[in-house]
Design a protein around this ligand. Sequence first.
Ligand code: PLZ
Length: 452
Amino acid sequence: MTDATLTTPAITGGPSLPQERRLVTSIPGPRSAEILARKAAAVAPGVAHSVPIATVAAGGGVIVDIDGNSLIDLGSGIAVTTVGNAHPAVVAAVAEQTARFTHTCFMVSPYEEYVAVAEALNRLTPGDHEKRSALFNTGAEAVENAVKIARKHTGRQAVVAFEHGYHGRTNLTMALTAKSMPYKSGFGPFAPEVYRAPLSYPFRDGLSGPEAAKRAITLIEKQIGADNLAAIIIEPIQGEGGFIVPADGFLPALVEWARTNGVVFIADEVQTGFARTGAMFASEHFGIVPDLITTAKGIAGGMPLAAVTGRAEIMDAAHAGGLGGTYGGNPVACAAALAAIHAYENDGLIERANEIGAILRERLTALQVSDARVGDVRGLGAMMAVEFVDPATSEPDAALAGAVARAAIAAGVVTLTCGTYGNVIRFLPPLAIGDELLHEGLDVIAQALAEA
Ligand code: PLZ
């Protein structure tokens, strides 16, 4: 290509796309392969991909590629298109907003869309205390800002993150993230005053929630000291780390300890937020009310938007002009968020996440019963995973997870892996997927496992 034009055909996405798995070529087909060859020549190889197709449309439960293949989507672009890709209300809101104005910078001349998103977040996040929100572009940026705010509020510097935690790819969020490859290796030095505490990982540690919390709190008290600690940050369910659901009582004990010691408790709900887990926010499942909550991904139906929401007295600590960014709370992203949030609240999507969760749990548990290589089935709502192990030793089997995912993709099912040990397949379908397509996707996974 010598000019900046596209070869992509005109095609409309959204839920009116035929809801079917349809392979007309092998994956990748010839036209996808051509674009992936251009990618290899033009795009930095650090930006890798897991599904070798060139996407032209998506909606409901499918992704369509440039060769005309229609793949079942069990990933939602990593938990982003939770309302469904190219959701009609999101598309309409984006079109309407784009035609009025695309940007002013909220720090130059503010607009209602941003304020309305902040109001919605303040209303929907756990707890009925007075709250404020600030908007950003990415999950990592929200996490960075939550830490800034907690430090300013407490006048302390240290931050505790957890084993298996994932918080982003910027310098501070790399420091907060546990896993070296591929996220951190060679990219240091990392931000100082970040400490790591042990998690509750019921499948591997056998501890009760209170026992695991005691282990973490002892480490924090002995190695850092509450007086030095600004914040504890944790994902209610570890996402990239392997969809690890902590044992009952773990999170409440941490929240209680943080409150007693003047430490800001930050729930990173970037992956778990917005109906995904069968509640508007995963914190609700664990009965916790975080001081600050970071959100992104599902918030705006695919448009880049992120937020920090929390207690007014903490959020008010940052001085005027101390928070912001050129694009934070872009009006088009905010308009998309208002449409997506309206859908979460009014289209039964929390119930739908629970229905999808019931199907996933039943099908995946059946796999576990018939195949000892499925060591664990876990998750909540439409955020479920299987952890593959060597049946003899329970050692992680990353090769098996990789083989199953590759076979499923080749058969037309977009399947994502995760986990510190790379041995987890995760299921994050759009809530717009139909039961039949979901079952077909799970049939393909089951067959891929049987043949692996
Ligand atoms: N916090 C809990 O899950 C992003 C990462 C994909 P950004 N997770 C997907 C990848 O390999 O880069 C994530 C998350 C949690 C923060 C983030 C970071 O969000 O929008 O990717 O910056």
